[in-house]
Design a protein around this ligand. Structure first.
Ligand SMILES: *[C@@H]1O[C@H](CO)[C@@H](O)[C@H](O)[C@H]1NC(C)=O
Ligand SMILES: *[C@@H]1O[C@H](CO)[C@@H](O)[C@H](O)[C@H]1NC(C)=O
Length: 520
């Protein structure tokens, strides 16, 4: 394989300083209109659990900031504050699932990746990827056992344990610990969208493993991979991105942060010991997560939606698998252009007051989602009824005495447009493209000669838009939640059509067991 100059720089970052690379080769700029509907959905789903779970292959990287004074949670077997690299949860119940004592004290091989951390607590027993399963208890135990046997590097706890012998655990060792931290300054983070902490081969890790890490060895075994992944991402932050990012936001069973240095960013609020079985039932956990389906809330995270990098804007970098899920093309040299844009995004100065494209996208989704649902429901069954609904949707953009479909589409498509928005940017291109497709379907549908012709246009539109909101559960009962295929739980049925329930997947389960293969 021929290594491009950009690939070479990636290997040897010091080359960047001495070579004005950007002028060597013209770089194809991103184009947000080509897969505009997917980018539009990435904007809508960003930092919302519901959309991130269902459109789980995040293909985008955003810059996120978390304000000073924001509270985060960390569950562990250690009573001491953490200083090095570790995981933080946004919801207490998520961290509670890890606040339990160690059960195994078997010393494993020393994990070399623990070396760079300056703190003693290198056990990484707090990895939130072992989410308390929302599914079956046996599954849950499985994951816990996997976790317990997957760490085992030297730590204070291990040393104490071997001195005392396994028969006499101290109170400290019989307890789990629930740490509450607060950010002592604003944190600047990289956000991987989708279900980006799901350890699957379906494409949830493509951005991290294929685009950024060249980890083609990744075999899907969850336990070892994520420590290495976190360490490599933090090494990139330090060496390649000049410490411009403090960590990474990802999502699985709740949003989480890989924070490269706890010591630099966090003050301890309190460290509490937990009883065994802390955190309550898996339903309690599932309910806590469900409160964040539509957003993380509280302005805990602000995302720059005006400038981000999406693989979907680089048609040479993505393909769609047999299920229609976007995947990164596994070709390191070919992805050099994308990495170049990621480097620029991360190392540049943040612009003040970027346009909030998520707000604009959400206005469009909320305005048209219920109308499209209604048109396709049994409530609308005649040509007359359909025409009436379509007319109501476009009426604000129609001059009744001077019909002109081009002008009507343009007025409709720019309803929520921010004046002065730069049409050369990825979000502007995606939003404009989707708005035009949407409005022209409504205008064309309204002029259709028959019910069949009109309804076919709206069905095509719904398929094109593919909004996750079309799959929302209808009002669940107070003791139920909308059950989603959150890794490692869930069934094919949960993915296609989530249903209300008591937090267990319905159907046969096993959505995540079906392995997607990395091409190339
Ligand atoms: C973290 O650093 C603090 C302050 O230097 C220290 O007191 C504490 O023991 C360290 N924690 C661990 C787990 O090493
Ligand atoms: C990326 O990984 C592949 C497969 O392991 C390897 O052949 C290639 O040399 C790597 N490229 C770089 C730039 O590290």
């Amino acid at each position: 394989m021929k290594l491009s100059i950009k690939g070479l720089v990636w290997l040897m970052p010091w080359l960047v300083a001495s070579s004005p690379l950007q002028t060597d080769e013209p770089l194809a700029g991103p184009d947000g209109s080509i897969h505009g509907n997917h980018i539009f959905n990435a904007l809508h789903n960003s930092m919302k659990m519901f959309g991130c779970v269902l459109q789980h292959n995040g293909m985008s990287i955003f810059i996120a900031t978390v304000p000073q004074g924001t509270e985060f949670y960390h569950g562990t077997s250690s009573p001491y504050r953490k200083n090095g690299t570790g995981w933080l949860a946004f919801e207490p119940e998520h961290a509670m699932a890890f606040a339990h004592p160690r059960q195994s004290h078997r010393a494993g091989p020393k994990d070399a990746t623990d070396e760079p951390h300056d703190d003693q607590d290198t056990s990484k027993d707090h990895r939130y990827h072992h989410t308390r399963s929302l599914e079956h208890n046996d599954r849950q135990d499985d994951h816990d056992n996997h976790k317990e046997s997957s760490f085992g590097s030297s730590s204070d706890m291990d040393k104490t344990q071997s001195a005392l012998g396994p028969e006499q655990p101290t109170t400290e060792e019989r307890s789990g610990y629930f740490h509450t931290y607060r950010t002592k300054r604003e944190m600047r983070l990289v956000y991987f969208d989708g279900q980006s902490a799901a350890k699957s081969l379906k494409g949830t890790l493509d951005m991290q493993d294929i685009v950024l890490r060249n980890a083609t060895w990744f075999d899907g075994s969850p336990a070892e991979g994520d420590n290495v992944r976190a360490d490599e991402l933090c090494a990139l932050a330090r060496d390649r991105w000049d410490n411009r990012v403090d960590g990474f936001i990802r999502m699985v069973g709740g949003f989480e942060i890989i924070l490269c240095s706890f010591a630099d960013n966090l003050d301890v609020k309190c460290i509490l010991s937990t009883s065994s079985g802390g955190g309550g039932s898996s339903l309690n956990y599932a309910r806590a997560l469900a409160t964040r389906f539509d957003g993380i809330g509280g302005d805990r995270v602000s995302i720059n939606y005006a400038d981000f990098v999406s693989l979907l804007a680089f048609p040479d970098a993505v393909y769609f698998d047999e299920r229609g899920l976007p995947r990164a093309i596994n070709d390191w040299a070919n992805l050099g252009n994308v990495r170049h844009h990621i480097d620029r995004l991360i190392t540049q100065l943040d612009s003040p007051n970027p346009i909030n494209w998520q707000n604009i996208v959400d206005m469009i989704v909320t305005r048209y989602h219920y109308r499209i649902n209604l048109m396709l429901s049994s409530a609308i069954s005649t040509h007359h009824e359909l025409q009436r609904e379509l007319h109501l949707a476009i009426e604000p953009f129609v001059d009744a005495h001077a019909r002109n479909s081009d002008l009507e589409i343009e007025r409709c498509a720019t309803q929520f447009w921010i004046s002065g928005a730069d049409l050369s940017t990825t979000p502007a291109q995606a939003v404009y493209e989707v708005s035009k497709q949407l409005c022209s379907a409504l205008v064309t549908g309204a002029a259709a000669e028959t019910y069949e012709e009109g309804i076919a246009i709206i069905q095509d539109l719904k398929r094109y838009l593919d909004w996750t909101d079309f799959r929302k559960c209808n009002n669940c009962k107070p003791d139920e939640i909308c059950q989603l295929p959150i890794w490692p739980s869930g069934s094919e049925e949960d993915f296609v059509r989530p249903q209300c329930g008591a937090g267990r997947s319905h159907g046969a389960g096993g959505y995540w067991d079906m392995m997607g293969r990395v091409r190339g």
